[in-house]
Design a protein around this ligand. Sequence first.
Ligand code: BV8
Ligand code: ZN
Length: 240
Amino acid sequence: MDESLQKAAELLRNAQRVAVLTGAGISAESGVPTFRGQGGLWEGHRVEEVATPRAFLRDPTMVWRFYNQRRAGLTTIEPNVGHHALVELERRLGDRFTLITQNVDGLHLKAGSQRVLEIHGAIRRVRCTGCGMKEERYDVLPDLPKCKTCDALLRPDIVWFEEGLPQDVWAQAEVAVDACDVFLVVGTSAVVYPAAGLIHYALAKKASVIEVNLDRTEATHIVTIALQGRSGEILPQIVK
Ligand code: BV8
Ligand code: ZN
């Protein structure tokens, strides 16, 4: 491990432009449960079943219960040393650094990261299904929250399965990966597309891909360097 850690640090030290992709694994040490680690079940449902427009149409109360449970942690969960290591990396690289996250927990922003692309949206934000207004809400929401202006049902402002990603944010993510020479992939099972496709895209553009993950993933066999372990342990070591 030491040798590949050194090599990863070397690649980052000599990098012109660095892009990072994070998934639920980087927030695991903040106490935020991952999706697929423990069988990816929430009250017996798979996230792919609950996080869909169809589920919301069929049973908005059940879907809001799923999100309100995750929103409950919004004001109490704190970033961990893995998030802070990425803040330090951004401080050193400035605009040569871009952080792309699949996470909707907002912990990168809470840690102080600025150049963050939340490609799956953010659980702190709601959107009106009627007039489209968006606002950040940190209060406890009822099971069926309504829009203050048009009284239509609110929804979490995140990307559900079978929904497109926010065009402008996704386009910026592609530009960042296209331009990078080192792509650091942290705490994702690399199962969800199009996010996971960024890994193949980076390799196609001849960037070096460094994976940090507790286990092997769908991408481990193709990355340049695979560092196995907790992001809260490995990221600070690389940055140091
Ligand atoms: C789209 C918001 C089209 C919701 C999320 C069949 C094959 C291929 C693709 C598909 C298919 N069928 C359908 C698709 C497409 C689908 C998809 O990819 N499905 C997967 C399940 C196969 N994708 C979509 O539907 C996307 N949209 O394609 O639209 C389209 C295009 C144009 C116009 C209209 C439509 C939308 C995808 C976004 C879905 N929304 N999130 C919510 O959060 O509630 S995705 C959801 O999964 C989360 O955002 C999460 O971030 C994401 C990925 O999961 P991970 O972050 O990787 O988390 P996971 O638990 O899986 O893994 C954790 C990892 O961490 C593990 O590897 C573990 O080992 C590691 N770990 C744990 N602890 C640590 C650690 N590592 C380090 N340190 C630790 N301490
Ligand atoms: Zn409205």
